[in-house]
Design a protein around this ligand. Structure first.
Ligand SMILES: *[C@@H]1O[C@H](CO)[C@@H](O)[C@H](O)[C@H]1NC(C)=O
Ligand SMILES: *[C@@H]1O[C@H](CO)[C@@H](O)[C@H](O)[C@H]1NC(C)=O
Ligand SMILES: *[C@@H]1O[C@H](CO)[C@@H](O)[C@H](O)[C@H]1NC(C)=O
Ligand SMILES: *[C@@H]1O[C@H](CO)[C@@H](O)[C@H](O)[C@H]1NC(C)=O
Ligand SMILES: *[C@@H]1O[C@H](CO)[C@@H](O)[C@H](O)[C@H]1NC(C)=O
Ligand SMILES: *[C@@H]1O[C@H](CO)[C@@H](O)[C@H](O)[C@H]1NC(C)=O
Ligand SMILES: *[C@@H]1O[C@H](CO)[C@@H](O)[C@H](O)[C@H]1NC(C)=O
Length: 185
């Protein structure tokens, strides 16, 4: 099933995006480094970065998390795992490497996305795919969705937590995640 929210996130927000932007030529290849940027209502392409193991959205320079770094991703060659590394040019505390992006699994009590070097039953580290430059998640049963949200947190000005499947939370803002940098940066 392809939920209507996916179409709305991908198509309504992208009304100004031409169909050619969905073409595979813009999809990062295996081993190619890419960043992720959140777009939504009044959210014009804020970067996804690392803050104490969580996936945060905003300007990493504004983050008050003690362990903050901007990150780039690479797709694994063997499966749909996305591996993050600190973007070394931007932070002195970047003493970690090769962490997998995860969404909380259905058994998790938490809705926050993050980074981890090990697998656990409450984290899903596979199923990350692209439609052109748009990030989607494919479940084991083949269902494709893009149920990303952000929620303001207290870790700095304009800093949000990146959430999965948080439709029950009235304070959560739906976003899409894309590899395209905002044009004004
Ligand atoms: C990594 O840092 C460089 C220099 O600040 C920047 O140009 C680039 O966009 C960053 N990449 C990502 C994926 O954030
Ligand atoms: C690095 O970590 C230390 C200790 O947590 C913190 O005090 C410092 O502000 C951090 N530096 C940067 C550039 O984030
Ligand atoms: C930042 O987090 C990584 C991964 O958890 C850890 O290995 C590293 O020591 C931390 N750095 C600081 C300064 O806390
Ligand atoms: C997964 O479980 C561990 C241990 O109970 C907990 O520390 C962690 O926060 C949980 N992660 C998620 C995403 O629910
Ligand atoms: C976690 O699970 C994924 C999918 O099965 C696998 O590709 C990856 O190597 C595992 N990572 C670790 C550190 O166990
Ligand atoms: C970062 O903080 C400054 C003020 O300290 C603010 O003007 C700016 O809008 C913030 N950046 C983002 C992306 O929210
Ligand atoms: C979102 O959460 C609902 C309720 O927990 C669950 O039924 C549904 O499968 C989840 N959807 C995704 C895409 O994870």
């Amino acid at each position: 099933m392809f939920s209507s929210s996916v179409f709305c996130t991908a198509l309504c927000l992208g009304a100004s995006v031409y169909a050619s932007d969905f073409a595979s030529r813009s999809t990062p290849g295996v081993g190619e480094e890419f960043g992720l940027y959140a777009y939504g209502d009044a959210i014009g392409g804020l970067s996804l970065f690392y803050g104490n193991g969580k996936a945060l959205i905003g300007d990493p320079a504004n983050s008050t998390a003690s362990n903050t770094s901007s990150v780039y991703f690479e797709r694994s060659s063997t499966d749909s795992t996305w591996i993050a590394n600190p973007n070394g040019t931007t932070n002195a505390n970047a003493s970690w490497s090769d962490q997998m992006l995860y969404i909380p699994s259905s058994s998790s009590s938490n809705d926050e996305m993050g980074f981890a070097s090990t697998n656990a039953s409450n984290r899903t580290t596979t199923g990350f795919i692209f439609y052109g430059q748009w990030m989607m998640v494919k479940s084991d049963s083949g269902e494709i969705s893009s149920s990303f949200y952000i929620r303001e947190n207290s870790e700095g000005e304009g800093i949000y937590s990146l959430l999965w499947n948080a439709s029950d939370d009235a304070s959560a803002i739906p976003v899409s995640l894309r590899t395209a940098k905002p044009s004004d940066s």
